[in-house]
Design a protein around this ligand. Structure first.
Ligand code: C5P
Length: 237
């Protein structure tokens, strides 16, 4: 991928309602150690020297963003309106960026709900993608035995876990390629849950880069305490 003088825009989809959290407030606005999850995530991204700025997708009904007081002030943050699914939100961010950035500009897409991402893992991703023609993503090898079940919980099969990975974010691809891939997925009515799936559907093979296990996505209520623990531990020298 293009090296772009070592600086890249990031895209953060933050327009989800977080229904699995069973909270009144969307999960990106829940508070950990005096800051919202979204503020932690943006702080992590903006602290990285390779990030030029961030485009954030917010829900059309978002009422919390204007209340944030601890947003990074040293890099440009742009806000766009998100869509019905994560892929629509990402695409809206990419369309916004495309107005000012060339099609071959590599972008990093990162979930608002992953506040514990480490600078070191972003470095590994940048390094792997610089040497790769397609792009890639952070992930982690599956540890547990994997089962496929029917809708009643009856086990249909045990899936071979060798070479099976959890897909995480950031995921890094060229702006134009990713826009085409997502637009084509939507045209086929495939609501992809990550960027790599849309790229794979074009017949391309992104590279998987192993990340630390603490790059969790806050999904269920108990994940909040886990993220708090990881953030504190990472801050302790
Ligand atoms: O719901 P899930 O955990 O898969 O969401 C992943 C990320 O995508 C979250 O940061 C969420 O805010 C975002 N999202 C979005 N627009 C949607 C749905 C989810 O930006 N319509």
């Amino acid at each position: 991928m293009k090296q772009n003088n070592g600086t890249y825009w990031a895209v953060v989809p933050a327009a989800g309602s977080g229904s699995r959290m069973r909270a009144e407030i969307p999960k990106q606005y829940l508070v950990i150690n005096d800051r919202t999850v979204l503020e932690h995530t943006l702080a992590r991204l903006c602290a990285h020297p390779a990030i030029a700025g961030v485009v954030i997708a917010l829900s059309a009904t978002d009422r919390w963003w204007p209340l944030l007081r601890r947003l990074p002030a040293d890099k440009p943050l742009a806000v766009v309106t998100g869509g019905a699914e994560r892929c629509h939100s990402v695409l809206n961010c990419l369309r916004y960026l495309r107005r000012t950035q060339p099609a071959d500009h590599p972008v990093l897409v990162h979930d608002a709900a992953r506040p514990c991402v480490r600078a070191q893992d972003i470095d590994s991703l940048l390094q792997a993608c610089a040497a790769h023609p397609v792009g890639g993503l952070l992930g982690m090898p599956v540890r547990d035995t994997m089962k496929r079940c029917d809708s009643h919980g009856a086990i249909l099969e045990t899936v071979d876990r060798r070479r099976l990975w959890h897909a995480m974010t950031p995921q890094m691809f060229s702006l134009g390629l990713l826009m085409d891939a997502l637009e084509q997925s939507l045209a086929r009515e495939q609501l992809v849950t990550d960027e790599a799936s849309a790229i794979e559907a074009l017949g391309l093979r992104p590279v998987m880069v192993e990340a630390a296990a603490d790059n969790i996505k806050i999904t269920r209520p108990e994940d909040l305490q886990l993220a708090e623990y990881y953030l504190r531990r990472q801050e302790t020298p």
